[in-house]
Design a protein around this ligand. Structure first.
Ligand code: ATP
Ligand code: MG
Length: 411
């Protein structure tokens, strides 16, 4: 059974306070599922019979958020909990302002309160609809979620065809959870993904950026990439190289592998680095003709690529210049004579650009040595650096500088 040691003390105290005020309250969703599958839960969601206004009154440090889906954030200095009121989830019973669906059945707003039993039905998968009371230590399981955890399978609550029409993002969630938990996906869900995946084109770019981060910056990026490709869903998250070259695929896989490794080693990651890497093949495809990169086109295409990607996933503005810096530095890394390498080394984004150079080299199985040159150049003190540079002659640099002429070098 579930051990309370796996649950945040703050989350337990919030459940207790709600219950003391005569409301029902449970931990629910990912934290219960993860704790039962020996994954350390990363955040805690609470479901309650109290309305958002009632929750807000009980906790001083709280605020009501959301319009489409109203809920309350309850926080202390280090943690933030999402407290959601039970929803009735009855999409047939349209109720003016509170529940709105569009012509395709997509839920645009759901703020009709309900009971615990009803709340289960609006959740996506049975394993996400387990309600745990940390005081009695009992789990409410109305849909067989415990059995499915035991069987390691993701099963939809209700007909997945209809559920994915209501919210197509569930297609992405099913794939993400199957990799995270190493669970199979039920056949009905697979079929619904094939049938309804195209509805993802109507989902807002902001929501898809959130999902992009969960999919690609959660430590399972490479696996998610492969599985999303097998369902042909990556096109809703990412621009892709129109030539579909092996190189494009390889850069993407290497970049994701690098990010997954960094997460495993508890190193920092940013969507900026990953976007720069994932969009690199698309950028090159726009400015390369007959194997040659046109530098003016390279610079002009950067904004086009970012703008097109923004239509899919809204990349927060602050990452735009970061991404472009990494791209431009790829050119500069090829210039190794005179004072240029010192300037490149001092650039605030040098480290990220260098990491990406290594990713590119790995993707092209290129042992050309540029990455190694920079590895040595960084390590040495200034006097040694001087000798590394004086060992470079124009011919060598021109060799590596083929970046300015030849596509192969850029790869
Ligand atoms: P993780 O936090 O690891 O992404 P999670 O299951 O906790 O997984 P959240 O997005 O935090 O995912 O949502 C919490 C819970 O809310 C889910 O477990 C599920 O019960 C419900 N939920 C979230 N998104 C949806 C959705 N799109 N459709 C139906 N239910 C959802
Ligand atoms: Mg969660």
């Amino acid at each position: 059974m579930l051990d309370n040691k796996k649950i945040s003390k703050f989350a337990i105290s919030v459940v207790e306070d709600l219950q003391k005020n005569n409301f029902q309250a449970y931990l629910v969703g990912g934290c219960v599922r993860d704790a039962l599958t020996n994954i350390v839960p990363k955040d805690f969601d609470i479901a309650t019979s109290a309305t958002p206004e009632q929750v807000r009154k009980i906790f001083k440090a709280s605020r009501i958020i959301g319009k489409r889906f109203k809920l309350v954030h309850v926080f202390n200095r280090s943690e933030l909990l999402e407290v959601a009121t039970f929803r009735s989830g009855d999409t047939k019973k349209e109720d003016g302002e509170n529940l709105i669906t569009d012509a395709s059945g997509k839920i645009l707003r759901d703020n009709i309160w309900g009971t615990l039993e009803q709340d289960c039905h609006r959740r996506d998968f049975t394993i996400n609809a387990l309600y745990y009371c940390p005081i009695t230590k009992k789990i409410e399981d109305n849909n067989g979620g415990l059995k499915h955890i035991h069987k390691k399978i993701i099963v939809s609550i209700g007909d997945p065809q209809r559920r994915f029409e209501e919210d197509p993002v569930r297609c992405l969630r099913a794939i993400r959870f199957s990799n995270k938990l190493d669970f199979k996906i039920d056949n009905d869900i697979k079929e619904a993904i094939y049938d309804k995946g195209h509805l993802l084109s109507d989902i807002s770019n902001a929501r898809l950026f959130d999902e992009f981060c969960k999919i690609y910056l959660g430590g399972m990026g490479e696996k998610n990439f492969v599985k999303l490709n097998s369902f042909n869903l990556n096109k809703y998250l990412l621009l892709s190289d129109p030539n579909k070259s092996d190189f494009a695929n390889s850069v993407m896989v290497q970049a994701l592998r690098n990010t997954d490794d960094r997460i495993k080693n508890e190193q920092s990651t940013t969507p900026g680095f990953l976007m720069a890497a994932l969009l690199w093949p698309t950028l090159l495809s726009k400015c390369t003709r007959n194997g040659e990169v046109n530098i003016r086109k390279f610079f002009r295409s950067m904004d086009d690529v970012l703008r097109d990607q923004q239509r899919l996933t809204a990349i927060p503005r602050k990452f735009n210049s970061y991404i472009k810096d990494i791209w431009v530095l790829q050119l500069k890394l090829h210039s190794r004579i005179g004072s240029q390498p010192y300037k490149t080394l001092r650039h605030p984004r040098f480290r990220a650009a260098y990491d990406f150079l290594l990713v590119r080299e790995r993707a092209a199985a290129d042992k050309g040595g540029l990455g190694k040159w920079w590895t040595d150049f960084q390590k040495d003190d200034d006097s040694l650096r001087g000798s590394i540079i004086s060992n470079m002659n124009e011919k060598d640099d021109a060799e590596s500088g083929k970046i300015f002429g030849f596509y192969n070098e850029l790869r």
